[in-house]
Design a protein around this ligand. Structure first.
Ligand code: GAP
Length: 516
């Protein structure tokens, strides 16, 4: 099945099984805004807990923060967001549709990459085991030609973006004959800058109201609290402040489900270090964060770093951790060495000294910062994409011949176990209910006695429940139950008294944390 089809199915699965709903659906939805359903919210909370514990529990020198979404408007002037948090927009005069000029060009670049990959796939099939991809890339004339065109365009595009040259961006679109996907024409307007911040009014009267912004990142809440946390927590450098919270961006091209949203959540950590040590810390945080992703078992091949060659003016190193989504490798997390830019800017704009007195050096300075910034929703999409599996079955009583199963890491699964009486009589439901009463203090449990056991297994597979406990007539005799494992569908007979230990070992968050 084509990857786009898999993705479409995954999106409908998320809706059908209570993971993600379009926002305001009964009013026909609100573009690029989503709600998390009964299972979605549990998965999201588990992802956040895994991130939080890996930062705050595992590092004695990282503490948490929960700063407000509304902040003084000057913060966004100081951070550069008022002047420079822009997307270059272009309209097609025929379809009246608006696009991000950079995205149109990126999509055009991706077409060259697709052409190259198709040539490689074809050749790999033709040559079998003898195929040498590198040699093919270096010698095949069609691959070489497409690679050359792609490199030239990439270079021209990067320069235009770096110089914020809007005319040149438009010219690239014209020169490459990029058409509007709706009208099919090349009737383009000029390119204009569009600020991505949402604003609103704070205060009750029109005259007294002041314009405030909905934060486009959580990071600034950390920077402006640097001194509060450092002083009250008696923190010594190096130390970090971690925060999880909502962020808002008026994204123009908001697509691919929850990948790019207008309201989303970030998990950000700012790590304050002595100037001059920042690149060592940058390398350390790259490694730590990649390990965190890979600990979930989705396959090392599905991740890569994308080191930035063109850096923002305040950064001296930056990389993205990209995951192979069904629509290609895309950024999940950014790691940035932000120098002393943010703290210095807030020092300048607030007029307050924001410095750290280093007792070992005997001097004060503005610390440098390494930032790790990951979107909760993108991480959610990574987990769901990696877990969504369609399987053809050959056995299992009462089963249909295929199943959709979310092979979620057990630690992250919304429901850890379902307790299922085989029949709704003979005292089996009562035993099942007692098991739930006992285990619910430790795990998210579900009781289900409707439909055949095969259908109940399918329902639990579809929401990703790793363990199903079945109570049958033998339970009445010897207090044993069967435990069915979601991924292998194997069943094992165990004593009721063993359940807590068996399940806890697999679903306890410390199992994941210990891998880090
Ligand atoms: N403080 C740095 C910062 O915000 P960013 O690269 O703009 O950097 C960091 O965003 C992460 O936030 C991204 O890697 C992505 O996971 C997530 N993110 C950004 N914009 C998003 C959006 N519109 N929808 C969902 N997630 C988004």
């Amino acid at each position: 099945m084509a990857q786009e089809d898999v993705f479409k199915k995954l999106v409908s699965h998320c809706k059908e099984y209570g993971y993600v709903f379009p926002s305001s659906e009964i009013y026909d939805g609100l573009s690029a805004v989503y709600d998390y359903g009964q299972y979605g919210v549990e998965l999201k909370n588990n992802i956040k807990k895994y991130w939080w514990d890996s930062m705050v529990l595992l590092h004695g020198n990282i503490v948490g923060l929960d700063s407000a979404i509304f902040m003084h408007p000057t913060i966004w002037k100081a951070s550069g967001h008022v002047d420079a948090f822009n997307d270059p927009l272009i309209d097609n005069k025929d379809s009246k549709k608006r696009y991000r000029a950079d995205v149109l060009i990126e999509e055009h670049l991706a077409k060259y990459e697709d052409k190259i990959n198709k040539e490689i796939e074809k050749a790999a099939k033709r040559f079998g085991d003898a195929f040498d991809e590198q040699q093919f890339r270096e010698t095949n004339p069609r691959v070489l030609e497409n690679q050359k065109k792609m490199d030239q365009l990439q270079e021209r595009f990067a320069k235009a973006m770096n110089d914020v040259n809007l005319e040149e961006l438009r010219q690239i679109i014209i020169d490459n004959e990029i058409v509007c996907p709706i009208s099919g024409t090349r009737n383009w307007t000029e390119v204009r800058q569009f600020n991505l911040m949402f604003s609103t009014e704070m205060g009750s009267t029109a005259e007294g109201a002041s314009k405030v912004f909905l934060r486009p990142e959580t990071a600034q809440g950390i920077f402006v609290n640097f001194l509060n946390v450092q002083k009250t927590g008696r923190m010594k450098l190096p130390f970090g402040i971690a925060q999880i919270g909502k962020a808002f961006r008026n994204e123009i091209v908001a697509r691919q489900f929850i990948f790019r949203m207008r309201e989303f959540e970030q998990m950000e950590m700012q790590f304050f270090v002595q100037p001059g040590t920042e690149l060592d810390w940058f390398a350390k945080w790259k490694e730590i964060r990649m390990k965190w992703h890979q600990s979930l078992g989705f396959g090392a091949d599905n991740y890569r770093f994308h080191d930035h060659t063109k850096l923002a003016h305040y950064a001296n190193a930056a990389t993205d951790i990209e995951y192979r989504f069904p629509f290609g490798f895309k950024e999940v997390e950014g790691i940035h060495s932000r120098t002393d830019f943010d703290l210095s800017q807030h020092q300048k704009y607030s007029g307050k000294k924001i410095q750290y007195f280093d007792p070992e050096m005997g001097e004060s300075y503005v610390p440098y910062v390494i930032e790790t910034s990951i979107g909760v929703d993108r991480m959610f999409l990574q987990v769901i994409s990696a877990s969504y599996t369609e399987e053809i079955l050959t056995k299992e009583e009462g089963s249909s011949d295929s199943r959709v199963v979310l092979k979620l890491p057990s630690v992250l699964a919304p429901v850890k176990l379902a307790v299922l009486p085989l029949v709704k009589k003979d005292g089996l439901p009562e035993i099942a209910e007692n098991i739930v009463k006992e285990l619910r203090f430790k795990f998210n449990c579900q009781y289900d006695d409707k439909d055949s056991i095969g259908r109940r297994y399918r329902r639990q597979d579809a929401i990703g429940t790793p363990y199903c406990i079945t109570i049958d007539h033998q339970t009445l005799e010897d207090e044993t139950v069967t435990i069915r494992y979601r991924d292998s569908m194997e069943q094992e007979r165990v004593k009721i008294g063993q359940l807590t230990d068996i399940i806890d070992e697999k679903v306890n968050i410390s199992t994941l944390l210990k891998k880090l």
